[in-house]
Design a protein around this ligand. Structure first.
Ligand code: NAP
Length: 330
């Protein structure tokens, strides 16, 4: 791969999203990056390169690659680069041939689709071949997925680093969004429901529908992080478990330790297991109401911060209790 002509090829560089991506590469990525803009019109690509030049005249200027949406041309394009970014959409119409080329030529691939049924389709079709050819395919790096993915990654990393535990589930909600769809996005949304049935769309949005590992798309896969942790008999019978960084924790037989949540532990206002249990029940009620669309928060969000007194936080340093002290609150 290192011997390929380009490090990045941006396919669809002449479109709305493509131009933004090209500007980002021009102004932010290393100036010696070997890259090219690609599309179906040489003339349009040439004028794009002229537009980009003043943004960063001292950098290595991009090559120009013309390719039609046709297998031989796409394979030739994919073989020239280590990473191909595609902003040619709608993806359910134009994307599969590009993914096919990348998966078969061992070229890494990124796109900004939000077309979940199409993503599910290409994972099922290309996961194994991409893996065999060492190609990393990452669809959906746009607004529908990137903020949630990055936030989840940050949260899971934090829990792993500070508590050395995996995370079973992260729930994110969006309360406000200031964004307007581009022309290509509108065309995509309108066309998507002509191509896929309502069931296919719904199926692609189920939890883990696009998780190639948990769905066993590839053979002999390990189950992913979301898989249930195997409990030893001591934990199953007595609820005793050891969490690095927190020490030995116990819960009563009635309360499953698997349901014990980090913020229960960190919320100093919950002093006894009974408090925690009732909070858990409140939360279940909230979740049920949320599913019915009648959600009204019963309590404010928990914070990893001191609560008003009485608090087990150290009054002088304003720091949370040490793991050992916290453990006694179990
Ligand atoms: N997730 C997100 O955050 C996000 C945000 C914006 C857009 N999008 C998605 O990105 C895609 C593009 O949207 P856009 O607004 O940038 O669209 P656009 O402005 O219409 O650009 C489409 C690009 O695809 C190229 N193209 C179209 N048909 C082609 C064909 N048959 N062969 C080769 N190239 C072809 C166009 O080339 P020409 O210039 O030669 O016509 C152009 O470069 C859509 O699927 C949209 O949903 C996602």
């Amino acid at each position: 791969m290192a011997s390929r002509e380009y490090e990045i090829v941006l396919f669809g560089a002449t479109g709305y999203t493509g131009k933004y991506t090209a500007e980002h590469i021009t102004t932010n990525l290393p100036t010696d990056l070997k890259w090219a803009v690609a599309g179906r019109s040489h003339q349009k690509l040439q004028s794009l390169v002229e537009e980009l030049k003043p943004l960063n005249p001292d950098r290595l200027q991009p090559g120009i690659e013309v390719a039609q949406l046709e297998t031989a041309e796409l394979y030739a394009l994919a073989r020239k680069t280590q990473l191909l970014i595609s902003t040619v959409g709608p993806y359910y119409k134009y994307g599969t041939a590009v993914v096919d080329a990348c998966a078969n030529c061992g070229t890494h691939y990124l796109d900004v689709t939000g077309e979940s049924p199409w993503v599910k389709e290409i994972i099922e079709k290309y996961h194994d071949v991409a893996k065999k050819n060492h190609a990393i395919l990452i669809p959906q790096t746009g607004i529908e997925s990137a903020p949630a993915d990055l936030l989840t990654w940050a949260l899971v990393s934090h829990i792993r680093q500070t508590l050395d535990r995996p995370t079973r589930r992260v729930t994110l909600t969006v309360h406000d969004m200031k964004a307007a769809p581009s022309g290509g996005t509108l065309a995509t949304v309108l066309g998507l429901f002509d191509r896929y049935s309502a069931k296919e769309v719904a199926d692609s949005m189920k939890p883990h529908a696009m998780d190639a590992v948990m769905n066993g798309v590839g053979k002999g896969q390990q189950r992913g992080l979301g898989a249930r942790r195997r409990k030893g008999w001591v934990e199953r019978v007595f609820g005793v478990r050891t969490v690095p960084g927190l020490g030995t924790l116990t819960t009563s037989l009635q309360v499953s330790t698997a349901e014990f949540r980090l913020h229960d532990f960190c919320n100093p206002s919950l002093k006894s297991p009974i408090d925690r249990l009732s909070t858990r029940e409140k939360r279940r009620k909230e979740e049920k109401e949320g599913e019915k669309g009648t959600h009204t928060p019963i309590h404010p969000p928990y914070h990893y911060s001191p609560s008003p007194s009485p608090s087990p936080y150290n009054a002088a340093t304003n720091k949370p209790p040490t793991p050992r002290a916290a453990q006694t609150r179990q």
